[in-house]
Design a protein around this ligand. Structure first.
Ligand SMILES: NC(=O)c1ccc[n+]([C@@H]2O[C@H](COP(=O)([O-])OP(=O)(O)OC[C@H]3O[C@@H](n4cnc5c(N)ncnc54)[C@H](OP(=O)(O)O)[C@@H]3O)[C@@H](O)[C@H]2O)c1
Length: 329
């Protein structure tokens, strides 16, 4: 316990009679939760789910009070691998177990991923849960057989965390990326490598079970009516990697693209991704899946005391790219 103070600075969300109190507090170190590894946190990040964990109807927080933050990177100060740099994301972190918005976290050692060589803690959190999900989506599409020669790949919610990282990863791998966004963000998306920008309404579809075959594949983190519009536009044998719900959880569609065009709907879950796949994807994120613009275009940085407006903004779909939360110097 050499390095662990008796209290740690933390951003805490606490449910109270239908509302949620959010803010910075001193949390007794003894209340960090179960686990055999203590990490001194360097960085966390802002994900859509983190914002859901701090609102009354978010249906994400399973304990109260909760330190949100579904990902973190830092140095092990107690337990296996003491002194090494690590990252943690998914499982119960920031949901049913205190997460990354604190100076320290105590976690089960089974959750811990060694920081891959070639990534700093800040870069790992610039990628974070959203970027990992983007990488997982690209890897799954490629495992399905999608390659740059197949034609344009659509990315929905393209200015968001998953979306912007997916645009950058795909463009870096030689894909012709078409970015769909509800924002006026041409310059930003082109700087990530998008070949073409389309509005949300351009991909809405006409409601028919089969539409014009436009995309070899799609990375969708939006769900709802957007995903329903995209599926009928996928070319024969193509696939959609679906990870999100910012446009809603309901998917009103038909089986026609699946049974007449062999289109595959690939579900992407980063939370319980098996450790072998998790570690391999992080290794690749430092290498061939590394988003080229990670340090500049994709990322901005805030402190724990700037979290509230960032969480509110991501809920409204107003954040662009990835937001790193700098916890320690
Ligand atoms: N399955 C998993 O393991 C996993 C992991 C990470 C994230 N996710 C999910 O993926 C989604 C994105 O997460 P994120 O952290 O990237 O959030 P984000 O940064 O807020 O990105 C979401 C983007 O979706 C678009 N959008 C927002 N509201 C919309 C609406 N009503 N209709 C259509 N598009 C809308 C916006 O992009 P434009 O303005 O550019 O259109 C927004 O930037 C969330 O649902 C999150 O829970 C899932």
């Amino acid at each position: 316990m050499a390095d662990l103070p008796s209290e740690v600075r933390a951003f805490v969300a606490e449910q109270r009679d239908g509302s949620v109190d959010r803010g910075l507090r001193q949390l007794p170190a003894g209340e960090l939760g179960e686990g055999d590894v203590v990490v001194r946190i360097a960085c966390s990040s802002v994900n859509y789910k983190d914002a859901l964990a701090t609102i009354p109807k978010g249906q994400v927080a399973r304990i109260s009070p909760l330190v949100p933050g579904v990902d973190l990177a830092g140095t092990v100060v107690e337990g296996e691998g003491e002194g090494s740099e690590v990252l943690v994301h998914g499982y119960d972190l920031g949901v049913a177990h205190h997460g990354g918005y604190a100076e320290y976290a105590r976690v089960p050692r089974e959750w811990v991923v060694p920081l891959p060589s070639g990534l700093t803690a800040r870069q790992a959190m610039a990628i974070g849960t959203a970027g990992f999900t983007a990488a997982m989506s690209v890897a799954r599409l490629e495992r399905h057989g999608v390659s740059p020669d197949d034609g344009p790949v659509l990315v929905t919610g393209a200015t968001g965390g998953v979306g912007s990282t997916a645009v950058a990863i795909l463009a870096g791998r030689g894909y012709e990326v078409v970015a769909s966004s509800g924002k006026d963000a041409r310059e930003y998306l082109e700087s990530l490598g998008a070949a073409e920008i389309v509005g949300r309404e351009d991909i809405a579809g006409d409601g028919k079970p089969l539409d014009r075959q436009r995309w070899a594949a799609a990375v969708d983190s939006v769900g709802g009516a957007v995903l329903a519009g995209v599926l009928p536009q996928i070319r024969y044998g193509g696939a959609v990697a679906a990870s999100g719900l910012t446009a809603g959880v309901k998917l009103e569609t038909t089986v026609m693209p699946l049974i007449l065009r062999s289109v595959a709907l690939l579900g992407i879950d980063s939370v319980a991704a098996p450790m072998e796949e998790r570690a391999e994807l992080w290794r690749r994120l430092a290498d061939d899946l590394r988003p080229p613009q990670l340090d500049e275009t994709i990322t901005r940085e805030i402190g724990l005391d700037e979290l509230e407006p960032a969480l509110d903004a991501i809920l409204k779909g107003e954040l662009t790219g990835r937001t790193v939360v700098r916890v320690a110097d």
